[in-house]
Design a protein around this ligand. Structure first.
Ligand code: PHB
Length: 385
């Protein structure tokens, strides 16, 4: 570098330090879907995140929080441009996002390349806490493998032998099915057919006809958001609900029950949250959320709330200085996060180690039936940390 460039760089660094010292706002880049089949999920995550920040008086680690928002449309083709806008144009201090696994993988790549702290408040892409894991990437949600694996054990225990799976053909669906299949076949079951359609298509009819013709003992599925609403309604309308039991990762019935109505009644799903946990943290969270947003919370709201808690823990340890990356990571790694789902900590690859609950839809709630898998950790295959 030329001396003048060096001087400029030094001046800029000093300015940045001064800005922090004077308590400049901390810019949080919220990259979430505001449109499309996952729009409601994005809203719930943002609500949860803001609720925690508001409970802290609008500050984390002593710094006031400012939000910069991008609608990622759950579109992987636009993801790299969207995340680069936040990091390079808006100069965000922290990235929070997103719902869709394909979009999250693009975010993880940019976070890894630039060293920006990334908190993933939903997307389960196994790779994010697998081969793409990094010291500055944490997840407050789950890996796609986790609920799938837990359900594989449940369905085997029920005595079902032959299962057909149906999902969207992208990382979330594929990995959810893979987790299910791993546990189910280990216990002697067989996945006899794997059906899929492109995300976010909802033309289920031909596939439902194929399920009816195959007559499996049961069906396992991953769908979420608007697509999940339609799938549950179509499954019932095709007459399958009466004849072939449907099991799913809990996203199928989370945040969707108002729209699904009676067609969802009785469905069994596995997830790291349920509507009737009844622990003190969950009770307080549910009350505060309902009061603030005139809505019942769901798993997405919990994940958003916990992403903010994790950021708060990291920033408190670094006294609000996001450049202190090692301090931030160390604090989150050793934390026990007081989540509405029950307290959890993160694995070596930065994914929650958590109980996976078996739930059943009753009325407008996903009621807790039992703990399907205690302290389930994603294997973190391919992560070197
Ligand atoms: C994902 O793409 O990883 C994903 C999307 C919606 C969900 C769960 C996982 O509800």
């Amino acid at each position: 570098m030329k001396p003048t460039t060096l001087a400029l760089a030094a001046a800029l660094a000093a300015l940045a330090g001064a800005a922090h010292a004077q308590g400049a706002k901390l810019k949080v880049g919220l990259m979430l879907p505001a449109t499309g089949t996952y729009a409601a999920l994005g809203t719930a995550i943002e609500n949860g995140f803001r609720l925690y920040v508001d409970e802290q008086g609008g500050k984390l680690g002593g710094r006031e929080i400012e939000y910069v928002k991008v609608d990622d449309e759950s579109d992987p083709a636009k993801a790299t441009d969207n995340v680069n806008k936040l990091v390079k144009r808006d100069n965000v201090d922290v990235l929070v996002g997103t719902v869709h696994s394909g979009v999250a993988m693009a975010m993880a790549k940019v976070a890894k390349d630039t060293g920006t702290l990334l908190l993933v408040p939903n997307a389960g892409a196994d790779a994010v806490t697998g081969p793409m894991c990094a010291p500055n990437i944490f997840r407050s949600s789950f890996s796609n493998w986790q609920p799938g694996y837990a359900m594989g054990e449940v369905v085997a225990k029920k005595g079902h032998k032959n299962v057909v799976t149906i999902t969207w053909k992208y990382a979330a669906g594929d990995e959810s099915v893979r987790g299910f299949k791993e546990a189910f076949e280990k216990s002697g079951g067989k996945v006899v057919k794997e059906l899929s359609l492109p995300f976010p298509n909802v033309e289920f009819q031909a596939l439902l006809t194929e399920i009816a013709a195959s007559k499996p003992d049961a069906v396992y599925t991953f769908f979420a958001g608007g697509g999940a609403v339609k799938f549950v309604k179509d499954y019932a309308a095709a007459g399958l609900k009466k004849s072939i039991p449907l099991y799913a990762a809990g996203f199928l019935t989370d945040g969707t029950l108002e729209a699904q109505g009676a067609d969802a009644d009785g469905l069994l799903t596995t997830l790291h949250y349920a509507d009737s946990l009844g622990n003190p943290k969950d009770n307080a969270f549910r009350l505060a959320y309902a009061k603030a947003f005139k809505l019942q919370p769901d798993v997405y709201a919990v994940q958003g709330y916990d992403a903010a808690q994790m950021l708060g823990i990291g920033l408190a340890a670094a006294k609000g200085d996001v450049s202190k990356k090692a301090e931030i990571a160390a604090a989150i790694e050793k934390a026990k996060i007081d989540s509405p789902r029950g307290a959890f900590s993160v694995s070596k690859s930065h994914n929650p180690v958590q109980d996976i609950y078996l739930r059943q839809v009753s009325g407008k709630e996903n009621k807790l039936i039992s703990v399907a898998s205690k302290s389930l950790a994603d294997p973190g295959r391919g992560c070197k940390l």
